[in-house]
Structure formats: C-alpha cells, structure tokens
Design a protein around this ligand. Structure first.
Ligand SMILES: [Zn+2]
Length: 262
C-alpha cells in the first residue's frame, strides 16, 4: 500500500483495504483471477480495494448491492488498469448496477451503422464524464465464462479509457504522434475488414463505429487472446502495447500449468 492510500485513509476514516474474504470469491467467480502471477495479484488487490472504496455505487430498481457485486465489478474494471500508470478511472462519476438488462428509450445505434428507436435492452453503457451502467447478470456471466468472448465490464471501462483524452473515437491516450498514427492505421484496417466481411473473432457490433470497435476488441483481447493474436496479430500488438499486458502468453502459461508440459 502506498503513501496516498494511507493519507486517504486518514481523511475518510477507513483505508481502502482488500478484505481476505474477497480472495475465494474472486477465485471462484472471476476466471481471469487465477491466471495472474504474484506481482499482478498484489497490484490487483490494491486496485480492487481502491475501486470498491472510492467509487460511488448506485443500485437500480431496488437491487441489493452486496460485496460480491462490488468486488466482481471492481476486479474486472481493474484488469484494464493492471499494466497502466493509472490507479483509477478519473472521469468516472458512479457505477449504476441493474439486476438484469438495462432498458433505454430513444434513438440509438444497433450495430452495422443502423439506428433504431424505441426501447432498447442492453448489458451496459458508459457515459462521458458520467456513470458506467451495468447489468449484474451480464457482469457475473462475463466474469465466469471468458471463453464466450463477451465481457460487459471490460467493454464499458474500455470506453472510459477511450474518453480520457476528451474524445470517444476508439483511440485512447497514447505516447506520441507516431504511436497514434500506427494505432489508427492498424485499427482502421481491422475495422474496415469487420464491416466488409466480418471476423472470426470480432463480433459484428465492432463495426458500429471506431469507439465500439475498441471496446469489443478489448473484450476479445482479454477473453480470446490467442485467437485474436492468430487472426489479427497487428491489432493484438497494438492492444498489448497500450494495456502493457500480454494475455495470450498468460493464457498459454496457465494452460501449461494445468495440463503439464514436458
Ligand atoms: Zn459500447
């Protein structure tokens, strides 16, 4: 725990501590937790504790916000910060949790450049300098079953990272102009391919606009890293460079640990 955590503890009266009871909960309900090494787990425990402690949590529709809800959301949101020099989401105002699907009214994009009006149900939503809204059932399913590819928490918090530079355009803050140009070139090529002919790893929703492309690509980067690395090696490399994590190597190491290698 750093000096800042101690200082915040004095002000708020309670320091952001990782409760030991969260460990078995995360091992059981968050598949990726078991793939982390000792150093990664140490940073994750700090990030999870801060997130649970600092975020303004809002239940929707009389939903009960238990420790399990807060910790499972915090852990998935923190996975995106694991390799970054960022310990929190500075523009996040609150996390609103719905029991199942989130219902919205009005006009909205439904994928493939198509707009629709009327009631829309979705698993989550991220607002610029505002709340992240999540469906608890989708959150729980995504944590436990990464092989399906989808993860609503990774998706919405990727939008939060994208928004850090003031525009939601599929390009998060990068080191310099050369890095931005390379990022845009690689992502544009992959985005155009998804729109034109689809992709074996990126679902069609990635073709909605560049912001959705980055959010969907983030889900697949963490959930199906080996597939993404095989099918879109340049895109995988850009995401690995931005997140400063290599989930494909993590995935292979875990597989070897499970099944043994000679
Ligand atoms: Zn989205």
């Amino acid at each position: 725990m750093g000096v800042l955590d101690t200082v915040r503890g004095w002000f708020s009266g309670e320091p952001a501590l990782f409760d030991p009871s969260w460990e078995p909960l995360l091992t059981r309900e968050f598949d990726h937790w078991s793939s982390l090494n000792a150093g990664e787990l140490a940073r994750m425990r700090m990030l999870v504790a801060r997130f649970v402690h600092d975020v303004r949590w809002e239940p929707s529709n009389g939903f009960e916000l238990t420790d399990e809800v807060r910790v499972l959301i915090a852990a998935q949101a923190s996975m995106l910060l694991l390799g970054l020099e960022l310990d929190e989401y500075p523009q996040l105002t609150s996390v609103i949790v719905h029991p199942s699907t989130v219902r919205l009214r009005g006009t909205h994009a439904v994928g493939g450049g198509v707009m629709s009006s009327g009631t829309q149900t979705l698993a989550g939503q991220a607002h610029f300098k505002g709340p992240v809204i999540l469906s608890w059932s989708a959150t729980k399913r995504g944590a436990k079953h990464p092989e399906a590819g989808n993860n609503v928490v990774y998706h919405e918090f990727a939008h939060q990272l994208d928004m850090l530079d003031g525009v939601t355009d599929g390009t998060p803050p990068l080191d310099d102009q050369a890095a931005r140009e390379r990022w845009v070139a690689v992502c544009t090529a992959a985005y155009d391919t998804v729109r034109a002919e689809g992709s074996p790893v990126l679902r069609p929703y990635a073709g909605t606009n560049p912001a959705e492309f980055f959010a969907v690509a983030t889900e697949v980067f963490f959930n199906r890293p080996v597939d993404l690395c095989d099918h879109e090696p340049e895109l995988y490399a850009e995401l690995r460079g931005f997140y400063r994590q290599d989930p494909a190597t993590r995935h292979r190491n875990r597989h070897e640990r499970r099944h043994g290698s000679w």
